[in-house]
Write a protein that binds this ligand. Structure first.
Ligand SMILES: [Cu+2]
Length: 136
């Protein structure tokens, strides 16, 4: 009788461990998958990972103007554009070689200029808004 109750108790314990195991596995996989949701935190309009921390120049957009409207950088450096205005703007090359796309109020966009030259740009919505990046 004792042996039987011992066997039953052991079986109950084994069943409990067996039942708990899948739950541990599920909890683990949930923890592992949670970082997947974090990239949506990034608010940049550009799909490329923007090296915002290393921007050589920052152009602020406010009162329907780029400030400063001209910035000089070296080849390979990055310019960060910030829209502090009350309406959306874009940063679009005159020659179409780059564009930020729609930049809502408060958004940021960075672009790296690889080659020497002067890059004139304007806002697609307000084409009197003009600026230039001089890459030396
Ligand atoms: Cu604009």
């Amino acid at each position: 009788m004792n042996a039987v109750s011992y066997y039953l108790a052991a079986a109950v314990v084994a069943a409990a461990v067996f039942a708990a195991a899948p739950h541990r596995g599920f909890a683990e996989s949930t923890v592992h998958s949670s970082p997947v949701a974090s990239p949506s935190v990034a608010g940049d309009a550009s799909p490329a990972p923007a090296p915002t921390a290393s921007a050589a120049a920052t152009i602020d957009t406010k009162n329907f103007a780029y400030a400063p409207d001209t910035a000089t950088i070296k080849a390979g450096q990055t310019v960060r554009f910030v829209n502090s205005d009350s309406v959306a703007h874009t940063v679009s090359a005159d020659d179409g070689s780059f564009t930020s796309g729609n930049m809502p109020t408060g958004s940021k966009w960075s672009h790296t200029f690889a080659k020497h030259g002067t890059y004139a740009y304007l806002c697609d919505y307000h084409r009197y808004m003009k600026g230039a990046i001089v890459v030396k």
